[in-house]
Design a binder for this molecule. Structure first.
Ligand code: SAH
Length: 233
C-alpha cells in the first residue's frame, strides 16, 4: 500500500541542478522514491525580465557584491508560492536546530528561497512574510547547501522515514546531552580494546556508563548545553 505524502518541498534557486543532491541518496533518497516527500525546483532565472536572465543588481547605497532583485524573485514567488511556510536561507536568520527541525517536520509543505551573492532585496521578503533561517554562524556561498542540510534534518523526522524510530530518541540534542561514544567489532583493534563494561551484558551498568560519558563530553565540548542541562535537573 502506498503511504500518504508527508511533505511537499518547493525550492526557488538559480542553481536548480543542485537538487535533490545528497537528499536523493540514502534514507532521504529512499523516502523520496517512495513518495513520502516530494521536491519541486523552480529556476528563479525563468522569471528574469531581460534576455540575459539577470536576477541581481548592485546594492542600493553602495558596497560590494550583488543583491537579488525584488521584482524578479517577486515574480517567481507570485507564480509558485501557494501556501505553507516560506523560508529564506540566510546567515542573518533565526538559528536552525533540532527543535526547529521537529517543528518543520509537522508542516506538510515548505517553500524555500535559496540565494547567492549578498542576499535579497528586503522588500520582497517582507511582502511575502518570509522567515530567515540560518544553519550556523558561518558564511556559505549559497542558500542551496543550507537548505539541503536543513531539509535532511527535517525529512529524517517524517513518519516512516527512519527504519528504527527509536534512533531519533536517544540522539545528541534530542536530550540535552551530547551522545556517548560508540564501538563495534572487532573487540580488539590495533592494540585498542572496547571498554569492558560494554561487553559485560549488564544493561543497567552500561546505561550508567553511557550517561556519565555523555555528561563528560558535554561538559568539555559544549559549556552552553551543560548549563542548560544543569538548569533542567
Ligand atoms: N553577505 C551576506 C552573506 C551572503 S552568503 C551576509 O553577510 O549576511 C550567500 C548566501 O548563502 C546567502 O544569501 C544565504 O542564502 C546563504 N547562506 C550563507 N551562509 C548561510 C548560513 N549560515 N545559513 C543559511 N544560509 C546561508
Amino acid at each position: 500500500m502506498m503511504k500518504a505524502i508527508r511533505m511537499k518541498v518547493k525550492i526557488l534557486t538559480i542553481f536548480p541542478e543542485l537538487f535533490p543532491g545528497f537528499l536523493g541518496a540514502s534514507l532521504t533518497g529512499k523516502a523520496l522514491d517512495e513518495g513520502k516527500w516530494s521536491i519541486e525546483v523552480v529556476n528563479i532565472r525563468d522569471y528574469a525580465f531581460d534576455k540575459h536572465g539577470s536576477v541581481d543588481d548592485t546594492p542600493s547605497g553602495g558596497g560590494a557584491g550583488m543583491v537579488m532583485r525584488a521584482d524578479v524573485l517577486g515574480a517567481a514567488l507570485k507564480a509558485n508560492y501557494t501556501s505553507g511556510r516560506l523560508i529564506n536561507m540566510s546567515p542573518r536568520g533565526m538559528p536552525f536546530n533540532q527543535a526547529k527541525a521537529h517543528q518543520l517536520a509537522k508542516e506538510g509543505e515548505l517553500t524555500i528561497i535559496c540565494s547567492r551573492f549578498e542576499g535579497i532585496d528586503e522588500r520582497v521578503l517582507e511582502a511575502y512574510g518570509a522567515e530567515d533561517v540560518s544553519i550556523g554562524d558561518y558564511i556559505l556561498t549559497g542558500g542551496e547547501q543550507a537548505a539541503m542540510v536543513m531539509l535532511d534534518a527535517v525529512i529524517r523526522l517524517l513518519p516512516d522515514v527512519l527504519g528504527n524510530s527509536q534512533s531519533t530518541v536517544a540522539e545528541s540534542f534530542e536530550e540535552i546531552l551530547l551522545e556517548h561514544p560508540q564501538y563495534t567489532r572487532p573487540t580488539e583493534w590495533e592494540g585498542r580494546s572496547i571498554p569492558d563494561i560494554l561487553l559485560s551484558g549488564h544493561h543497567k551498568k552500561i546505561a550508567d556508563w553511557r550517561h556519565l560519558q555523555s555528561e563528560e563530553i558535554t561538559k568539555e565540548r559544549r559549556p552552553d548545553l551543560w548549563q542548560k542541562y544543569l538548569a533542567s535537573k
